[in-house]
Design a protein around this ligand. Structure first.
Ligand code: SF4
Length: 145
């Protein structure tokens, strides 16, 4: 297992959609998970660097478990992490969560509103749970070796 000094144990990578409120929820939830809920354990990185072929970013996603969070079925985050050789251990889609909670539709791209905030909170909690699962899985793998 990586130590904190060696970098994050998990990357959470949201899509970079600028035209969809669900993409804003993906990014908001990502920051709540990595900064508020699991600081020092998980981090994010710039999806654009991956799409531009940045070697250092590609190496990071290839050596660290990744969770992608997409704002629509085009799955830009998941596809680009996979194309760069990254390990996508979990791929979440905001529309799936929204189907489970139809009353939590985000209001707009720049201001997701109270319903969108609630959706982001729920997604952040899911991300934190998934981060824990990946970290503990790595612990158990290390423990067996
Ligand atoms: S997954 Fe959808 S919302 Fe996100 S960047 Fe791609 S097209 Fe935009």
């Amino acid at each position: 297992m990586k130590s904190e000094a060696n970098g994050p144990q998990v990357y959470v990578i949201p899509c970079s959609g600028i035209g969809k409120p669900t993409a804003s929820v993906a990014r908001e939830a990502t920051y709540r998970a990595i900064e508020d809920l699991r600081p020092g354990v998980a981090d994010t990185l710039c999806l654009s660097l991956l799409t531009m072929g940045d070697a250092q970013t590609a190496a990071a996603v290839a050596s660290t478990p990744c969770i992608t969070v997409d704002g629509c079925p085009r799955l830009c985050a998941r596809k680009n992490v996979e194309l760069a050789g990254g390990q996508v251990c979990l791929a979440l889609r905001v529309p799936d969560l929204l189907r489970e909670h139809p009353g939590l539709t985000p209001a707009a791209v720049l201001e997701i509103g109270p319903q969108g905030e609630e959706l982001a909170d729920r997604l952040a909690a899911m991300l934190a749970h998934a981060i824990d699962g990946l970290v503990h899985k790595e612990d158990s793998v290390v423990g067996r070796s």
